[in-house]
Design a protein around this ligand. Structure first.
Ligand SMILES: *[C@@H]1O[C@H](CO)[C@@H](O)[C@H](O)[C@H]1NC(C)=O
Ligand SMILES: *[C@@H]1O[C@H](CO)[C@@H](O)[C@H](O)[C@H]1NC(C)=O
Ligand SMILES: *[C@@H]1O[C@H](CO)[C@@H](O)[C@H](O)[C@H]1NC(C)=O
Ligand SMILES: *[C@@H]1O[C@H](CO)[C@@H](O)[C@H](O)[C@H]1NC(C)=O
Ligand SMILES: *[C@@H]1O[C@H](CO)[C@@H](O)[C@H](O)[C@H]1NC(C)=O
Ligand SMILES: *[C@@H]1O[C@H](CO)[C@@H](O)[C@H](O)[C@H]1NC(C)=O
Ligand SMILES: *[C@@H]1O[C@H](CO)[C@@H](O)[C@H](O)[C@H]1NC(C)=O
Length: 924
């Protein structure tokens, strides 16, 4: 054997020399945030990560102690709901070690220790938690590449910003780390320990040709290798060890070991993210020169698991020689979080056990990813230069690409593509027609040429935006056969031929103006024909079209007997002014007109979400409220126009009317009707100029008006609109003190039940805690805010106050709830209300408000249910004004079912801690 091991050692040395001089085959070593390529002290060649990632910001760390060069820079990413991916080329069907390291070093000067998620392609890998600014966090995984590229993505920051220091890829060959389930599971490293190490330093490249990092057992960490048995001694040798089998641990690691001089070795170690199923092996080699009459035989001991103690290890015999590797282990063993293990000598053994090294990995199930991943990979590969095509990773998991929206299934499908205004040329990529779950397709404002492809495969397609491109040819008849089509925009292209008849037989919004060679075809008599071309010639027609547009977007209260037909010729007459705003049915104001009306933004009347509001008066005498949006409200012109389009379709008596918009000189302006009596907030608190509303019936009427407006947003519009920022300062009062809801629609609508989550928007005190935590937006978040408004109407207090709610409470919800629970309705009623209200109607509103502010959204009522309660309360008040003979006297009883009793204490606590969270400075 010695000759064989010597030969093997020579081979290993040769291999080392080879890899040293040859830029490490199969190594990728990215110094994240670094600009230079360099070779470090141990011979690893680092490169800048800039070519492997399409986003992020570089930062230099100011470190006190000497750090390795690769740790002196990081790349950080925004803490938003996107993911940021590194994409590296790999050899398919080859196993790789992937290592990512994170040294925080206070790169953002905030001293907020980041916490975020790391994923391998679509599969969650781990959550990176930083709890020390100067020690790198290291994450390793071993995965079989199943495609020519491998992506590592950062996402879902819960504190701080996601960042990364290094990303390393090491290719394994042969059968190293082969597991039978490697296509379904990858291995996440939990422990890789070099026992008997001579110093604290880890062993890695070039001692380990695969650059695994073998941690020294001398390194002391919490719950890491504790409960060491007495009599444990460290031994080492300089003789070569034969290691070229199985996982090929490095010789240097095998040359040291611990032995249990008193008969046993024991250790306890915390395994992060366990319990779970593990791949775990021990590495043994006999490195003591035992006399012929000496033996070393021992068994594994796992407390409580006698079944693992059956096999006896006789290192020399099992390895077929001294100084040879023997590697027993379990390829699939369930392990607990706190793992105790040991080795105990057998009775017939003269020597105690030996242990040279050990590795434990957890099996992580590989996500299959989104159903459309291959189609999308093919799509983006067509645009190697475009930034939007370089986001990397799976299109949907763990977060979707910025221009894609996905369903929430385990294997998601893409339902929305938004590539508006991306300067894309060439024909419309055929991959799009293969996305079977597609509902919305936005390709407008690019330079697409060629024909519109056949979208028959996208059965669910509802919204198609192809306007403002260079598309040619005829409209494919298949467009008319899309069963769910609702909106089709193809204006301002070079399309020709006849519009397919089938398109006229549908109730859709269809804009095909600005295609000079496109013909209408023959007349379409009978049938329900609703063709709406929003871009029309005269202002009157624009107005009509606008009305029709929203009529068909939002449900009409009364069914009109006749279908409306508005047909405008696809006019060559269209001036550039109109074609520019062809998608909108809203009125466009010139900036000069707005400036004249507002006297150059002279009178500021408020500020709301997204901007400042000014008073204005148009030349025709109409008073207007002009909202000048802050510049960062929208990413681009398109987004602004999209929202304007949406706003122009929403119309209701209890919503502040949207009159038009202006977009010029970098200013985005929305114009609304002016509401003479300001906000509800002012009329609840009272002020120098504001009359406090002291009539309870009047407050109920305001609640009713607001509820009607919200009901329309929630149930009357398709897709549903969630307000997201309901508060008493967003409920405005007109000349007659009737209320209208303001500031709606400036947010993305809910698309087909899957909730579009974007950065949490809302106001402290009104913000739904469930939404804040989950970021899943539903109508029930508005209900929470509305519940707070109802409590304001009852009490006259602001939702957050340091003075009004007693010693330990700053929040109206908690305060009202505790009064309600003790049956003390008087304690929350505004003292300045006019006497003579019926206590029962107040109870009714207080109860429904309590329901609205329940911590769990599913337990909150719908706006329609709330509206009914308000109307009942009004009925009680009106009845009271009738002769006293039928005046019922229930008002003194406090309804026992006023508050749900079970669980309310818990709810209270949850709310309290949530409030704490919100009140912390810096969060908002
Ligand atoms: C990668 O290998 C797998 C088999 O392990 C095969 O199914 C797949 O098609 C390959 N992918 C590519 C892009 O070659
Ligand atoms: C994001 O992180 C939070 C907290 O760490 C976790 O509860 C949540 O499941 C994560 N979300 C996703 C989509 O992984
Ligand atoms: C593994 O790769 C190294 C160099 O990268 C090579 O010398 C060695 O022969 C390979 N082993 C197997 C089993 O392919
Ligand atoms: C190892 O590091 C610890 C601190 O982590 C230190 O106390 C100890 O002296 C070091 N031991 C060696 C052998 O370097
Ligand atoms: C090891 O065992 C011997 C005798 O069995 C005993 O004297 C000695 O104290 C033990 N050592 C330790 C560290 O427990
Ligand atoms: C082994 O043999 C040596 C002499 O060669 C003797 O001194 C020693 O006690 C023996 N040890 C055992 C465990 O029998
Ligand atoms: C659009 O693409 C062309 C080349 O295809 C390029 O010259 C031009 O700068 C791009 N415009 C923008 C705004 O990116």
């Amino acid at each position: 054997m010695p000759s064989a091991s010597a030969a093997a050692a020579a081979l290993v040395l040769l291999f080392l020399a080879f890899s040293l001089s040859n830029a490490q085959p199969g190594f990728i070593s990215l110094d994240c945030g670094g600009d230079d390529d360099y070779t470090d002290g141990i011979g690893i060649q680092w490169t800048s990560d800039a070519k492997f990632v399409s986003a992020g910001q570089e930062a230099n760390l100011l470190l006190q102690n000497q750090q390795l060069q690769q740790y002196t820079t990081v790349r950080s990413f925004p803490a938003d709901n996107r993911k940021y991916c590194y994409t590296m080329n790999v050899r398919n069907r080859t196993r790789y070690l992937v290592r990512a390291t994170f040294l925080y070093g206070n790169f953002d000067n905030s001293n907020v220790y980041p916490k975020f998620d790391l994923s391998l392609g679509p599969t969650p890998w781990t959550t990176v938690v930083i709890d020390d600014a100067t020690t790198p966090v290291v994450q390793e995984a071993i995965i079989l590449a199943a495609a020519p590229t491998l992506s590592v993505c950062l996402s879902n920051a819960s504190t701080g910003q996601p960042f990364i220091s290094t990303l390393e890829l090491r290719q394994f060959n042969g059968s190293l780390y082969y597991t039978t389930d490697e296509k379904q599971f990858f291995l996440r490293l939990s422990a890789r320990i070099n026992f008997g190490a001579e110093s604290n330093a880890s062993v890695r490249y070039p001692d380990d040709p695969f650059d695994r990092i073998w941690e020294s057992d001398l390194v002391r960490r919490a719950n890491y290798l504790v409960d060491v048995a007495p009599g444990t001694e460290r031994i080492s040798t300089t003789k070569p060890i034969f290691v070229s089998t199985n996982e090929e641990p490095p010789q240097r690691v095998m040359q040291t070991a611990v032995v249990g001089k008193n008969g046993s070795l024991t250790y306890r170690i915390d395994l992060e993210d366990f319990p779970g199923n593990a791949w775990g092996v021990s590495y043994f080699a006999e490195i003591e020169d035992l006399a012929p009459n000496q033996t070393r035989k021992f068994k594994l001991v796992i407390p409580g698991k006698p079944e693992f103690s059956k096999p006896t290890v006789d290192v020399e015999e099992n390895a077929q020689g001294k100084y040879c590797l023997y590697e027993p282990g379990y390829t699939n063993i369930p392990l607990p979080f706190v793992f105790s293990f040991g080795f105990k000598k057998t009775n017939d053994s003269s020597e105690g056990p030996i242990l040279n090294a050990m590795e434990i990995y957890k099996y992580i199930e590989i996500s299959v990813g989104s159903q459309d991943a291959n189609i999308m990979a093919s799509l983006v590969s067509r645009y190697p230069e475009a930034g939007w095509a370089q986001e990397g990773g799976d299109p949907c998991l763990p977060a979707s690409w910025s221009w894609v929206q996905c369903s929430s299934e385990a294997a998601p499908r893409i339902f929305s593509i938004s590539l508006s205004g991306k300067n894309i040329t060439g024909s419309i990529p055929v991959e799009l027609t293969k996305l079977s779950g597609l509902v919305e397709l936005k390709l407008d404002g690019n330079s697409f040429t060629g024909q519109i492809p056949d979208f028959t495969g996208c059965h669910d397609l509802q919204y198609i935006h192809l306007e403002d491109n260079q598309l040619t040819g005829a409209l494919p008849p298949s467009l008319g056969e899309l069963p769910n089509l609702k909106e089709l925009y193809i204006q301002n292209n070079k399309l020709s031929g006849e519009v397919p008849q089938a398109l006229f037989k549908k109730s859709i919004i269809f804009n095909f103006s600005g295609n000079s060679d496109l013909r209408m075809g023959h007349s379409n008599t009978g049938r329900t024909i609703v063709i709406i071309v929003c871009a029309v010639v005269g202002a009157i027609l624009i107005l009509v079209a606008a009305i029709v547009c929203y009529l068909f977007t939002c449900k009409r209260k009364k069914k009109s007997s006749d279908e409306t037909v508005v047909i405008a010729a696809p006019a060559k007459k269209l001036g550039s002014f109109f074609s520019e705003v062809a998608t909108e049915s809203a009125h466009r104001f010139a900036l000069s007109e707005i400036e004249d009306a507002t006297d150059k933004f002279d009178r500021r009347i408020g500020s709301g979400g997204f901007g400042i509001v000014y008073y204005g008066k148009l030349t025709d005498g109409r008073e207007i409220a002009v909202k000048l949006l802050t510049n960062d409200s929208y990413q681009g012109i398109r987004e602004f126009l999209n929202e304007v389009t949406l706003l122009s379709r929403i119309h209701h008596r209890n919503l502040v009317s949207f009159l038009g918009y202006s977009q010029q000189d970098g200013k985005n302006i929305l114009v609304y009707e002016f509401m003479h009596n300001g906000t509800l907030k002012e009329h609840l608190r009272g002020g120098p100029d504001d009359v406090k509303i002291t009539s309870w019936v009047k407050r109920l009427e305001i609640a009713e008006d607001a509820a009607k407006g919200i009901e329309y947003l929630h149930t009357g519009c398709s897709p549903t609109i969630i307000h997201r920022d309901l508060k008493s300062s967003n409920i405005l009062l007109d000349k007659n003190m009737r209320a209208k809801v303001a500031d709606f629609g400036l947010s993305k609508p809910v698309v087909d039940g899957s909730h579009v989550s974007s950065i949490v928007r809302g106001t402290v005190g009104y913000l739904d805690p469930e939404y804040y935590i989950s970021q899943q937006l539903t109508e029930k978040s508005d209900m929470y805010s509305f519940g707070v408004i109802l409590l304001e109407l009852i009490s006259g207090h602001e939702p957050i106050s340091n003075d009004n709610f007693g010693l330990h409470c700053r929040n109206i919800v908690e305060w009202a709830r505790s009064h309600m629970e003790s049956g003390d309705i008087h304690g929350i009623i505004d003292q300045s209300l006019d006497a003579g209200y019926d206590l029962q109607s107040v109870w009714k509103i207080a109860e429904v408000a309590t329901m609205c502010v329940k911590p769990k959204g599913v337990l909150r009522p719908s706006i329609s249910e709330v509206l009914k309660e308000i109307q009942d309360a009004i009925a009680i008040e009106l009845q009271r004004e009738l002769p006293s003979s039928i005046h019922h006297l229930m008002s003194k009883t406090s309804p026992s079912e006023a508050v749900n009793t079970t669980g309310s204490v818990q709810d209270l606590e949850q709310n309290a801690s949530f409030d704490e969270l919100l009140m912390r400075p810096g969060l908002r």
